[in-house]
Design a protein around this ligand. Structure first.
Ligand SMILES: [Zn+2]
Length: 301
């Protein structure tokens, strides 16, 4: 039984998007497939690992954002025996990706094709909806699905119960190898700070031995990592709330958060630019802005 990290080398950059290959010598599974633009890299990695397309049986995505799942439609056409596994809220948008594409286009504009490539529908009969708490027996092990909203409503983390690896998607943040700094990716439109905190509380109650982040890699200081993520999620929430209550514009908010975040990273000697591909300040700030404007309009104290 093996678990391997594949660096999808997104836009030519290492350490931006990972996919995880799970094998037991017979069948194999992928957790996260990346966007269509990184398919050549994924395909080559499967060959390097000696995996034939017929052996790839299971494609799991933590959520349907295009950097995690964009390649699914095209990939399913090339993998004759694969089924894809997805959160109930995400499933309809894999089968008919038109709303997903429209929503991503609002964020990425004319960069859509360059970043993500083609997004094709997945045939409904090859989509397997996974419920919270479900256990999947896959590639020689059991994976526990954990509903983990906060970053997105359609988000699962998967715990490999044989070795305690948590495939965390984006709910455990973004962290570069050989650093301790954790950045919360908080894009619009579904950021929900309270739901995120509840998801982290759920994770803390599980026997997690190491985190496998999509952005990027394995980390085994689980408790410290989750504490730092939550502290920064809340700190940035307070920072952005104050600015928004002062009537700041979106572009000013992006710059203010960039300065605030980068100052702290510089103090810790962390290269800020290495985090921007996984979680850039623009989407982080816009996510908080939308979250707060909605909440403040509802009269939150
Ligand atoms: Zn995401």
């Amino acid at each position: 039984m093996k678990t391997a990290l594949i660096d999808l080398n997104f836009m030519g950059y290492p350490l931006a998007i990972a996919s995880y290959l799970l094998t037991d010598g017979h069948e194999c599974a992928l957790i996260e497939v990346g966007p269509t633009t990184t398919l050549p890299t994924l395909w080559k990695a499967l060959q390097t690992h000696g995996i034939a397309p017929e052996q790839v049986r299971h494609l799991l995505v933590t959520h349907i954002h295009l950097d995690h799942a964009g390649a699914l439609g095209v990939l399913m056409e090339r993998l004759p025996h694969a089924v894809c596994y997805v959160h109930p809220v995400g499933a309809p948008h894999l089968i008919d990706p038109s709303r997903l594409i429209a929503s991503a286009s609002r964020l990425y504009g004319d960069m859509m094709d360059t970043l993500w490539g083609e997004v094709r529908p997945v045939p409904a009969e090859r989509v397997r909806v996974v419920q919270d708490g479900e256990r999947l027996t896959i590639a020689g092990r059991t994976l526990l699905a954990i509903d983990t909203p906060g970053h997105a409503r359609h988000h699962h983390a998967y715990l490999d119960e044989h070795d305690g690896t948590l495939f965390a998607g984006d709910i455990a943040g973004v962290r570069m190898p050989n650093t301790t700094y954790v950045r919360p990716p908080t894009p619009p439109p579904e950021l929900d700070v309270e739901a995120w905190q509840a998801s982290l509380a759920k994770l803390r109650a599980l026997p997690i031995q190491r985190l496998a982040l999509t952005h990027f890699g394995f980390f085994d200081d689980v408790a410290r990592h989750l504490d730092e993520l939550e502290a920064r999620l809340l700190d940035w929430a307070q920072f952005t709330r104050q600015k928004i209550e002062q009537g700041i514009s979106d572009s000013e908010l992006i710059e203010a958060l960039r300065q605030y975040g980068n100052r702290e990273m510089a103090e810790r000697g962390v290269d800020a630019s290495s985090y921007d591909l996984g979680a850039g300040y623009e989407l982080i700030a816009l996510g908080y802005a939308r979250y707060w404007r909605k909440k403040l309009a509802q009269g939150t104290p």
